[in-house]
Write a protein of this length. Structure first.
Ligand code: UDP
Ligand code: MG
Length: 191
């Protein structure tokens, strides 16, 4: 059997990763796995032994140890029975990257990284708006500052790493662009 094909989707919090992923699923038949959603699901499971730990990391905008995140991703991949995945919001730091390579390097093929670019002011505005209804414990200005800080310090170097491997496809998800306009560009990356 062929190895599953993976596209990583990275970008600042609020850059529109999840929104574009939904559209990619509809058009191109990928299975969307949001690392953040998988972690929130695990956190909400009363039987989980790592629920409290995940809660603390998310609230502080810190990155959960890769054993947990990558374990959840692999479990979801296997459970889906599918072979084309969008992995949204992962890998976010060196620990994530090396953990992925160790655990999944032989089992999956990373096709490319879809990198959604968006200025911080635009992201901030979107997240604070989303925070009015999302119920997310990290969609508030304090957590958001920490998330941006983590993104700049830890995630941007990962994008740079894949860029050096010529695996990054960058799209403009920023100022004044509607999700549909952004998707017109995203489509080109998947043809
Ligand atoms: N998170 C993590 N590892 C991941 C993905 C997410 O630790 O691989 C945690 C991290 O604390 C992050 C939070 O989950 O700030 C929310 O991530 P999500 O991708 O849902 O939101 P985004 O910041 O991209 O809007
Ligand atoms: Mg998201």
């Amino acid at each position: 059997m062929a190895k599953p094909r993976v596209v990583f989707v990275l970008g600042a919090p609020g850059s529109g990763k999840g929104t574009q992923c939904e559209k990619i699923v509809q058009h191109f038949g990928y299975t969307h796995l949001s690392a953040g959603d998988l972690l929130r699901q695990e956190r909400n499971d009363p039987a989980s032994e790592v629920g409290q730990l995940i809660h603390n990391y998310i609230k502080e905008g810190k990155i959960v140890p890769v054993e947990i995140t990558c374990g959840l991703i692999e479990k979801a991949m296997v459970k889906s029975g599918k072979s084309k995945f969008l992995i949204d919001g992962f890998p976010r730091n060196h620990d994530n990257l090396s953990g992925w390579n160790e655990q999944m390097g032989e089992k999956a093929e990373v096709a490319f990284v879809l990198f959604v670019e968006c200025p911080e002011e635009v992201c901030t505005e979107r997240i604070l708006k989303r925070g009015q209804s999302s119920g997310r414990t990290d969609d508030n200005i304090e957590s958001l500052r920490k998330r941006f800080n983590t993104y700049t310090k830890e995630t941007v170097p990962i994008v740079r790493h894949y860029d050096q491997l010529e695996k990054v496809r960058k799209i403009n998800g920023g100022t004044g662009r509607t999700p549909d306009e952004v998707f017109e560009d995203v489509k080109q990356m998947f043809q």
